[in-house]
Design a protein around this ligand. Structure first.
Ligand code: HPA
Length: 234
């Protein structure tokens, strides 16, 4: 079996797939964290791999950037490849003064400026939320690893460059912790297909504080997030 965007064979993916935005990050994770790895997808260079972590079968695949891109890959994994849980591992821009660079966020809910949910023909506004058990497990794993993960609502934006300056402050006033571009779609698709999803984010930049980061710091923070995701995977 294959899809227009995925050449993997039936059962090529594990029940849990970790999804970074960048396919080369998926490759890095596969090569550095997993054992007995096989590449299962290469269409459009959106690399996907399956291997084991501490004996547990886990897959990792890129999602690309933005709601339309993750929308395609997540739908196909859930609907055609028997995937039960997708754990997105991404970066975000902080909206909250209480967040520092490299802090880890577990996205309990995702708000959006996207019209993604229009397709569900709902007579109102859909609140996209993480799977509670996966969220709880990730939170407990974080505690065990000594990581003070923040839990809350984030914004999945359709725009990285916004023509309206300072509009982010309206979201910040509503308690939105940070902005990224994928979670709302992932949570909605999971709900519509009766599957599970969680988004784990590290703060890569801040809209309220000006701070510089080094490559070493970025790598270290990335490892924290990876460890939470790998330990949380069922
Ligand atoms: N905006 C949107 N997505 C992001 C950002 C941002 O500032 N940082 C990391 N992902």
């Amino acid at each position: 079996m294959s899809t227009p965007h995925n050449e993997a064979k039936e059962n090529a993916f594990a029940k849990t797939v970790l999804m970074p935005g960048d396919p080369l990050r998926a490759k890095f994770i596969a090569e550095n964290y997993l054992e007995d790895v096989v590449q299962v997808n290469g269409v459009r260079n959106m690399f996907g791999y399956t291997g084991t972590y501490k004996g547990k079968r886990v897959s990792v695949m890129g999602s690309g950037m933005g709601i339309p891109s993750i929308g395609i890959y997540a739908h196909e994994l859930y609907a055609f490849y028997g995937v039960e849980t997708i754990i997105r591992i991404g970066s975000c821009g902080a909206y909250s003064e209480d967040l520092n660079l490299f802090d880890v966020i577990l996205a309990e809910g995702a708000s959006t400026n996207s019209n993604w949910a229009h397709q569900y023909n709902l007579p109102g506004t859909y609140s996209a939320i993480a799977d509670f058990k996966t969220l709880l497990k990730a939170y407990e794993v974080s505690k065990k690893l000594g990581i003070d993960a923040k839990v809350g609502n984030i914004l999945s934006s359709d725009t990285f460059y916004n023509d309206t300056v300072d509009v982010w402050k309206k979201w910040a006033k509503m308690g939105i912790l940070a902005v990224e571009m994928e979670s709302y779609a992932l949570y909605s698709i999971a709900a519509s297909l009766n599957k599970k999803a969680l988004c784990i984010l590290t703060v890569s930049d801040s809209l309220c504080k000006k701070e510089e980061t080094t490559a070493e710091e970025r790598q270290k923070s990335f490892s924290k997030m990876m460890e939470i995701a790998l330990e949380t995977a069922e």
